[in-house]
Design a protein around this ligand. Structure first.
Ligand code: HEM
Length: 405
């Protein structure tokens, strides 16, 4: 099913900012999408501009918008792009939401990042995650049991994507499932446009108490690994979105929607389960809840092509656009589960590459395989265009996904 076609819209550069266009008439970022299947049409216009544009954000601040694949790879890998700012309380922001707050002390960032990442990465490595497959499978079976018990029709977001993601992530981190509601509430509030909705005090108090328990009685889990890291590197790790069930839950919801909304692709996958790994890659590339906007900061002056960024500037990566760059992906708007090659960078690129990329791929693959096997008749219970997008949360997602079988 053809999802989108690039739209060329007229634009004029109102003024230039350090060698690059300041494009007020392309609106503010993050762009809001009209449908889960269509990227905001301004992305095609932004990708066609010379240089990296400087855009106004929803807070009124300015940020460089990285919308093209090659720019994103180069800047993601650049050690002068980070999460911290010399004055975090005054740093330009992409949104008012609490999610992805600027960290402090840019001079220490990379050294401390290496310190925590080198300690945590082994547990998230390909082999150790592969050893988790039986456990992830058990959670998938339990989740599909609950879905079948609820009987058709049912909401696949509330009965599959969210509980499955919470169960696996909390188990992997060694966090009691009894505390799931606290985590879910905290993650949901961090994504609210109104920052007053979010308070980190309760969460940090909870995490510190948990880390204390893990220090005294370490378990074979990610929180025990974190508890073994001292001082600032641990704080930075916690500030990097370390425990995140929502991102994978939203992606499972969107992946299911894209599959079930396209009978030809759905039938191809149901007929050819061997295509599942490649279907997972295409879901990661193009089924992108909320556009996957990630704010970063220039830690030093950077000259990138004709664009000159200054230390402290906000640099915004729009992964939905980056992975629909027509220079890299033929027919980028088409959802094709057998797309090959598929060099998407949905998990980022370089130093901050997603720590949980292997775990997320495993979760997507196992839950889809379990649904295909146990519910051969799974389909949408409404027309695709009736599926509602969550316009409140800055990371988007679906309000619900009605399915039947
Ligand atoms: C489909 C699901 C997911 C996607 C698409 C995704 C995507 C990303 C992206 C784009 C980055 C930033 C990369 C950069 O700046 O270059 C990132 C970083 C990160 N992600 Fe994920 N993520 C997913 C799931 C998860 C989950 C489930 C967790 C944890 C349980 C997680 C933990 C992290 C951490 C800790 C980082 C920071 C890594 C670092 O700074 O070294 N992610 N992710």
């Amino acid at each position: 099913m053809l999802l989108a076609r690039p739209v060329q819209i007229g634009h004029s550069v109102t003024q230039r900012s350090r060698g690059s266009p300041l494009t007020d008439d392309l609106g503010t970022i993050p762009f809001v999408t009209s449908s889960p299947f269509i990227e905001p049409d301004r992305f095609a216009a932004v990708r066609s501009l010379h240089g990296i544009p400087r855009m106004r954000t929803s807070t009124g601040d300015l940020g460089w918008l990285v919308s093209r694949y090659d720019d994103a790879r180069a800047l993601c890998a650049d050690p002068r792009i980070g999460r911290s700012h010399t004055a975090p309380e005054r740093a330009p922001r992409l949104w008012h939401a609490a999610l992805f707050p600027p960290q402090s002390d840019p001079r220490q960032e990379m050294r401390q990042h290496r310190a925590w990442r080198s300690r945590l990465a082994p547990r998230f490595g390909r082999r150790s995650v592969a050893a988790w497959r039986p456990r992830v499978q058990a959670w998938a079976d339990e989740t599909v049991d609950d879905l079948i018990a609820a009987g058709p029709p049912a909401d696949a977001c509330a009965l599959v994507a969210m509980p499955f993601s919470l169960r696996v992530i909390l188990d992997f981190f060694g966090i009691p499932y009894a505390d799931a509601e606290l985590f879910h509430q905290q993650q949901t509030r961090a994504r609210c446009p109104d920052p007053a909705e979010y308070s980190s005090t309760e969460m940090y108090a909870y995490l510190e108490a948990l880390l204390d328990r893990k220090r005294r009685r370490p378990g074979d889990d990610a929180m025990s690994d974190l508890a073994a890291i001292e001082g600032a590197p641990r704080i930075r790790a916690m500030g990097s979105g370390f425990i995140d069930h929502t991102t994978i839950a939203l992606r499972i919801g969107y992946g299911l929607l894209f599959l079930l909304a396209d009978p030809a692709q759905r039938d191809l996958l149901w007929r050819t389960p061997g295509l599942l790994p490649s279907a997972v890659e295409e879901i990661l590339r193009v089924a992108v809840p909320g556009g996957s906007w990630i704010p970063r900061y220039a830690l030093a002056d950077i000259e990138h092509g004709q664009t000159q960024m200054s230390a402290g500037d906000l640099v915004v990566f729009a992964f939905e656009s980056i992975n629909r760059d027509e220079r890299i992906f033929p027919d980028p708007g088409r959802f094709a589960i057998d797309r090959d090659p598929n060099p998407h960078i949905a998990f980022g690129y370089g130093k901050f590459y997603c720590l949980a990329s292997h775990l997320s791929r495993l979760m997507l693959e196992v839950i889809l395989a379990t649904l295909i096997r146990r519910l051969p008749g799974l389909r949408l219970a409404v027309a695709p265009e009736e599926v509602e997008v969550d316009r409140e949360s800055v990371t988007g997602g679906l309000l619900r996904l009605p399915v039947t079988w």
